[in-house]
Design a protein around this ligand. Structure first.
Ligand code: GLN
Length: 289
């Protein structure tokens, strides 16, 4: 632990922000490498503590901040971790850094299943860091979860994230493309969720360097119109879902109507496009007949 005067620390923080970047990223760095959370930082303003404790010294933190500013490396890659809902997750350039808008999936699912209290089998297709499947498995210890991913390194990260966040055993990991690795569960799935790559080609080219140069292309790019993977997932969903089973897909800001149409063409019912925090039709949900 490094003891630093609060005054010195706050001055240092101000100096960093003057160099560039945004305060959210700086707070994430201070939290993930310095061990001082956003909440602790806010408390500093009201409590007049003389000193603070940091897990690393200011010089090291500054080196990381400078790297972030100079090369646009995401803070989450420099620290190797991110926070998502109440989870602390390992991330690397092998997985998409889970986004805040995706957090809403957990609320949507609990809303749909809240009265039921039943034991269900769910799958997270293209689980990446495991954020969605881990949050669902932890919130519902009586559910059985399956998480698939085509990338072995991603699946290893997801599996480590699960064991680091719990001692439950209700989530299993399967390597392969979308539904392929869970053939044996055909007709048994109550709920399938996917946050597939959905960025259209031209939008992909325009992504910020921080995303485009560092996050996996195969977790972002969804072909010419961004819909390639969504189409594949929806097409095969009826073989895997139980009758009345749910499918929930996250989509790009302008794909809601098209994904809804796709659900309807594949004989889904109760199809809705739900908004994210910004009022964007971000999640399409429907029932298999
Ligand atoms: N929402 C992510 C982004 O804008 C994209 C995630 C995805 O393609 N599934 O960077």
């Amino acid at each position: 632990m490094h003891t630093i005067s609060t005054e010195k620390f706050l001055l240092w923080k101000e100096k960093q922000i003057m160099k560039g970047g945004d305060s959210k990223s700086l707070s994430l760095l201070i939290d993930s490498l310095g061990g001082l959370s956003k909440k602790d930082l806010n408390l500093l303003r009201i409590k007049s503590e003389k000193n603070i404790q940091l897990e690393t010294n200011l010089e090291i933190l500054e080196t990381f901040w400078d790297k972030h500013l100079k090369f646009s490396i995401p803070i989450q890659h420099l620290s190797g971790i991110t926070y998502w809902r109440d989870l602390k997750l390992e991330v690397s350039n092998k997985v998409l850094i889970p986004r805040p808008e995706t957090e809403l999936i957990i609320e949507i699912v609990s809303e749909k299943f809240k009265r039921k209290g039943e034991k269900i089998t769910f799958v997270d297709l293209g689980a990446g860091s495991g954020a969605i499947s881990i949050a669902l498995a932890l919130a519902n210890p009586n559910w059985d979860g399956l998480a698939t991913d085509i990338d072995k390194d991603a699946l290893d990260i997801a599996s480590r994230n699960f064991s680091n966040n719990s001692n439950q055993s209700n989530l299993k990991f399967y390597i392969g493309n979308w539904w392929d690795p869970i053939e044996e569960f055909k007709g048994y799935i109550d709920l399938a969720i996917a946050n597939p790559p959905y960025i259209p080609q031209n939008a992909y080219e325009e992504l910020p360097i921080e995303v485009k140069n560092f996050e996996p292309k195969n977790a972002l790019l969804g072909g010419e119109d961004g819909m390639d993977h969504i189409k594949e997932i929806v097409k095969y969903a009826p073989y895997y879902l139980k009758e009345k089973g749910w499918l929930l897909i996250e989509n790009h800001f302008d794909q809601g109507a098209r994904v809804k149409q796709l659900f309807l063409e594949n004989r889904f019912t109760n199809v809705e496009v739900l908004n994210d925090f910004c009022g964007i039709g971000r999640f399409t949900i429907g029932r298999h007949k």
